[in-house]
Design a protein around this ligand. Structure first.
Ligand code: IPM
Ligand code: MG
Length: 354
């Protein structure tokens, strides 16, 4: 198959981690007889420097026209003082909205090789950690009105029934393919938008009798993720709650550097990115962990290109790399072999077999 991949290297560690994922994708292409063509797209701080805009329309167009988008990370201290509309992150939000990718899937799964890297007690980890956070990605407070008047700042959190229903469906469909347990997370004891969320989720539940729906308040969920994570199968939640909970959840697996994500909308053209940020403090030092990006590339093959064998091959190569005892600094532990970002990419590529 021939696929065109829009590649956003972005800022900070973005370029170095994306390079490793491309290495791995090229090996997949070679082994399985595919052609992956790459179109470079500027977004984030580097685009502000070049065009004075974090995502010029022409760059967004390239993404929309591609078969899928692979993204490293954007942002950095250098652009911290620019106005809100011009921040590097605004480019990312415009990209998500422009591509219409409302459904963000963030797996929280502990690799058996990394059980020791989890900050949780062994008896909690041993019960198994394997759940997915389905995060609404193009609505809510991120996309409501933002304004500052005098000494007062306002951000509006707004959801329509239709927006809740389409992400709710993804939650149910995702649970249906797994252990059939869906936990809807909201703050219905305080927020109107959450009460609407809960109502719509329960209405949808009638269409999915095979899925067990439960409700959880977001503050309780934050606690349950560290107290008893094995209770979760699929969590569905709104944009900002999902942002916060997915960072928390990633940490119980050992490192945020390991977690990939997929974002999809109505078409098969998806956006694939690790959930971590651009980590400017370690940029260019060849110490970042590229696995979150490499696994995001695997998700692209699985969800957008219908290449499940190829996706499995990448995941198996990551597992073989961990089995062999290699670790980047973020997950380094006693007796393991520490490697840099580039070496990590080379090794995973070398473990990739058909
Ligand atoms: C994420 C990030 C982004 C978000 C930032 C960079 C805008 O934290 O993908 O989780 O808040 O969505
Ligand atoms: Mg985040």
């Amino acid at each position: 198959m021939v696929k065109n991949i829009a590649v956003i290297r972005g800022d900070g560690i973005g370029p170095e981690i994306v390079e490793q994922a491309i290495k791995v994708l090229n090996k997949v292409a070679e082994l399985y007889g595919h052609t992956f063509d790459y179109t470079d797209v500027d977004m984030g701080g580097c685009a502000i420097d070049k065009y004075g805009d974090p995502l010029p329309e022409s760059e967004l167009e390239k993404c929309i026209k591609s078969d899928s988008v692979l993204l490293g990370a954007v942002g950095g201290d250098k652009w911290n003082d620019v106005p809100g509309q011009m921040r590097p992150e605004k480019g990312l939000l415009r990209l998500r909205a422009g591509m219409g990718v409302y459904s963000n899937n963030r797996p929280t799964k502990i690799w058996k090789q990394l059980a020791d890297a989890s900050p949780l007690k062994k008896e909690i980890v041993d019960k198994g950690i394997d759940f997915i956070i389905v995060r609404e990605l193009i609505g809510g407070i991120y996309f409501g009105e933002h304004k500052t008047e005098g000494d007062t700042a306002v951000d509006i959190l707004k959801y329509s029934e239709a927006e809740i229903e389409r992400i709710g469906r993804i939650g149910f469909e995702t649970a249906r393919k797994r252990n059939k347990k869906l936990c809807s997370v909201e703050k219905s004891n305080v927020l109107d938008s959450s009460r609407l969320w809960k109502k719509i989720l329960h209405r949808l539940a009638e269409e999915y009798p095979d899925v067990e729906l439960s409700d959880m308040l977001v503050d309780n969920c934050a606690m349950q993720i560290v107290k008893n994570p094995s209770q979760f199968d699929v969590v569905v939640t709104e944009n900002m709650f999902g942002d916060i909970l997915s960072d928390e959840a990633s940490m119980i697996t050992g490192s945020i550097g390991m977690i990939p994500s997929s974002s999809l909308g109505a078409s098969s053209c998806g956006l694939y990115e690790p959930i971590h940020g651009s980590a400017p403090d370690i940029a260019g030092k060849d110490i970042a962990n590229p696995i979150g990006t490499i696994l995001s590339a695997a998700m692209m093959l699985r969800f957008s290109f219908d290449m499940p064998d190829e996706a499995d091959a990448i995941e198996n190569a990551v597992s073989a790399y961990l089995d062999a005892g290699y670790r980047t600094a973020d997950i380094m532990s006693y007796g393991m072999t520490q490697v840099g970002c580039e070496k990590c990419g080379d090794l995973i590529k070398s473990y990739l077999v058909k």
